[in-house]
Write a protein that binds this ligand. Structure first.
Ligand SMILES: Nc1ncnc2c1ncn2[C@@H]1O[C@H](COP(=O)(O)OP(=O)(O)OP(=O)(O)O)[C@@H](O)[C@H]1O
Length: 228
């Protein structure tokens, strides 16, 4: 299977003298339709790594390739296009815009696209229906439960039909039962849409059988299991 995303020898240092070493020569690869779970303790470098492979933060050295193109060597416009259309992002804190309705939140990424959707309303309704939030489209996010808000955030991330969904502690603010339903939803989306998932979490065994399981320890990523 061909890789759609590849990270080669990624290092990240912070500080004026680069004294804080966060990532050390990290390699990683995502093929279409695979689930990757990165576990690790707080401060081990998981979010930093996700930001780098998601095109949001420059590495100190190393390269990230999306479909054979070196992401950080592309023009800013091309990088934004890939981030906005080919990648989707989900965070622990949902990051929905409180003043907008759920419908408007989901619609938002499309407003930055040049390509106009033929039947936007139907598309948003269909996705919301698939994600179990169709009856909440006219509400503001604060009227929804945590799990429903995360579903809305997932819908917003998927409306551009990305290749890869990056999720940083997607269940970190949810109780056990809701966590399970979000995990099951992500697994279903992977199966139904052949969506690639890269999930970072401090929880162990969050996903029963990801295709690839890794552990991040002191900025070093170690593959611990492969189920492909
Ligand atoms: N902008 C920054 N400047 C300096 N140090 C930073 C910066 N961003 C992150 N760090 C440091 O890098 C290390 C890794 O942080 P990171 O957020 O990637 O870890 P994490 O594994 O995602 O942790 P958590 O699970 O708590 O989110 C931490 O020690 C953090 O303090």
């Amino acid at each position: 299977m061909a890789a759609i995303l590849r990270a080669v020898e990624i290092t990240k240092d912070y500080g004026s003298n680069r004294q804080k070493k966060v990532l050390e020569k990290t390699n990683f690869m995502v093929e279409k339709g695979t689930i990757h779970v990165i576990e690790g303790k707080s401060g081990s470098g998981k979010s930093t790594f996700l930001s780098i492979i998601g095109g949001m933060e420059f590495p100190t050295s190393g390269k990230v390739y999306y479909q054979h193109e070196s992401l950080y060597e592309l023009s800013d416009a091309k990088q934004s296009l890939i981030r906005g259309e080919k990648f989707g992002f989900v965070f622990q804190s949902f990051q929905l815009i409180p003043e907008l309705t759920v419908y408007e939140n989901i619609e938002l990424p499309l407003k930055f696209q040049k390509k106009k959707e033929f039947d936007l309303k139907a598309k948003i309704k269909e996705l919301a229906n698939e994600l179990g939030i169709v009856h909440h489209l006219d509400k503001r996010p604060s009227f929804l439960s945590g799990g429903e808000q995360q579903r809305a955030a997932i819908a917003r991330a998927l409306i551009t039909e990305p290749d890869i969904l990056f999720a940083d502690e997607p269940t970190g603010n949810l109780d056990q039962i809701t966590t399970k339903s979000i995990v099951n939803l992500l697994i279903k989306l992977n199966k139904d849409k052949n969506l690639s998932l890269v999930i970072v979490t401090h929880e162990t065994n969050l996903f029963p059988t990801p295709h690839y399981l890794y552990s991040m320890k002191d900025g070093v990523l170690k593959g611990i299991k492969s189920n492909v």
